[in-house]
Design a protein around this ligand. Structure first.
Ligand code: DX5
Ligand code: ZN
Length: 215
């Protein structure tokens, strides 16, 4: 399978978000990654449900919504209703991981869990048979444009090994500092989807950069 690329609109011009999602499609990307930050789980604030709802009007692409928020169980339903196709959250930020996953599924959307750079793989134990996406962070969540932490790639390998061993069905997504320079390493680790913020939006030729990662 070809690697899917999900540009993160966190790196786009916030005054031109409708244009950004149109560009992402024209450049040949696969999904649109939306980074939602609450200033509590992470020390940064981005946007919430209204942005997802607005973008939904301008694109038919998969909206991959990454929630970096406390108590995601309170909001996942609203993100689904706003038009998210996929909703992922950080289990250590939640008081009710099971309830949040069930709610996303009950809305007919795909659900996933995220392993932050400072978290061990075992925070997702017990949920691997239920999720559609396992998101492995290769930076500490909070900001775009950070440098790639290679030691986190081992968690993707672990996710791929367990998937092969137990027949789990989740896709593996990598987020943080991804570029054409590390794409082969990520492919080799078993990744199916990569998030790319700065490497795409700051590229002189975003379409080419995306193509170089669709390996
Ligand atoms: C970090 C976000 C990432 C980030 C990706 O907290 O979850 O999606 O914006 O941006 P780059 O690719 O620039 O690291
Ligand atoms: Zn993200």
């Amino acid at each position: 399978m070809t690697m899917k690329v999900a540009p993160s609109i966190l790196s786009a011009d916030f005054g031109k978000m409708a244009e950004a999602v149109q560009n992402v499609k024209d450049w040949g990307a696969d999904w649109v990654h939306c980074d939602v930050m609450d200033g509590v789980y992470v020390p940064n604030i981005t946007f919430g449900m209204p942005m997802v709802k607005a973008l939904r009007k301008y694109t038919d692409m998969v909206l991959d919504v990454h929630l970096m928020i406390t108590k995601p169980e309170k909001y996942v339903g609203q993100f689904c209703d706003a038009g998210a196709d996929l909703v992922t959250f950080h289990p250590e930020a939640s008081d009710d991981v099971q309830g949040a996953l069930d709610l996303i599924k009950s809305k007919g959307k795909r659900c996933g869990l995220v392993i932050n750079a400072d978290q061990p793989f075992d925070i997702v134990d017990g949920y691997l048979d239920q999720i559609d996406l396992l998101l492995i962070m290769t930076v500490q969540a909070g900001f775009g444009g950070q440098s790639f932490k290679e030691d986190c790639v081992e968690k993707a390998r672990m996710g791929a090994r367990l998937r092969a061993q137990y027949g789990y069905e989740y896709e593996i997504e990598i987020d943080g500092g991804v570029s054409p320079k590390n794409i082969e390493l990520l492919k080799d680790a078993g990744a199916d989807v990569v998030v790319a913020g700065n490497s795409v939006f700051k590229s002189e030729d975003p379409a080419l950069t995306i193509k170089q990662m669709q390996i």
